[in-house]
Design a protein around this ligand. Structure first.
Ligand code: SAH
Length: 251
């Protein structure tokens, strides 16, 4: 195997997997997603490694760089922020490699929506409140299928993690309310979860846009909405005395 798509994790260099870290150390060629991958991870590269920032490359240039490296017998790491499967645009890269009959492996990473939960010290799935997490985004230049419009998804009133949309927070709020969330629904915005300059903003659908505007948030931020962010919920059945399961009998 010569090509690896590796999840870099959300920012903190310790949040890459052990396998991802090993591959970064071994790679002859590293192509990283420049806007979001923490450059500190690149310090793991061996001195001879060629390092490319994909922010200034086209898909074809990325694919050609990979192909040339493979032909030269080199190991390639394609480093994506968070987990590569979430808004990573890896499918098109994998398809080009398939066409070129180059095999590859995907190494998962800690997605930013999980680092956001950690920053908030928040469980997304609370009994009676929400047992579903929706990962989505507001439509921008990338179209979103009609049935996945934010207002429609909001009608379920589940926990939602909204990527790539903080710069359109007013529109996000309007859609969520149009979809049925009440204006007192709690919202958190986490900027650069797990980075040293991580910031957390909390409010409700009514207040969050003003709070975030006053805070001057940049684009690397996650919006979390849902009642789980309130503290009232039923205790988990998993640890309830009368609830037996495979590893513990009911009392
Ligand atoms: N594959 C990545 C997401 C890439 S899309 C992942 O799994 O996390 C880029 C979006 O991810 C950003 O607009 C932002 O919404 C979110 N994001 C990435 N890193 C983040 C971080 N450290 N904290 C909060 N949000 C982050």
């Amino acid at each position: 195997m010569q090509v690896y798509f590796v999840g870099a994790g959300p920012g903190n260099p310790e949040l890459i997997t052990v396998k991802g870290q090993r591959l970064l150390k071994e790679a002859d060629v590293i192509i990283y997603a420049g806007s979001l991958v923490n450059p500190a991870l690149l310090e793991l590269a061996k001195p001879s490694a060629a390092i490319y920032n994909s922010a200034s490359m086209t898909l074809e240039e990325v694919a050609d760089t990979m192909k040339q490296a493979v032909q030269a017998g080199q190991i390639v790491v394609r480093l994506h922020t968070g987990d590569p499967s979430i808004y990573g645009a890896i499918q098109e890269q994998m398809d080009l490699l398939d066409q070129a009959e180059i095999t590859y492996e995907v190494v998962p990473g800690v997605s930013s929506f999980l680092a956001t939960a950690a920053a908030l010290k928040q469980e997304y799935t609370l009994p009676d409140i929400s047992q579903t997490v929706i990962i989505t985004r507001l439509e921008g230049r990338t179209p979103v299928p009609e049935k996945e419009k934010l207002a429609l998804l909001a009608s379920h009133a589940t926990t939602m993690c909204i990527f790539l949309s903080v710069h359109m927070l007013d529109d996000v709020v309007a859609e969520l309310i149009a979809g049925g969330y009440t204006s007192d629904t709690p919202v958190a915005v986490v900027q650069k979860a797990s980075w040293p300059d991580q910031r957390i903003f909390r409010g409700t659908l009514e207040t969050i846009a003003r709070i975030v505007a006053e805070g001057g948030v940049d684009r690397t931020a996650m919006i979390v909405v849902g009642k789980v962010l309130d503290c009232s919920y039923s205790l988990s059945r998993l640890y309830a005395p009368e609830f037996g399961h495979m590893f513990r009998d009911a009392k």
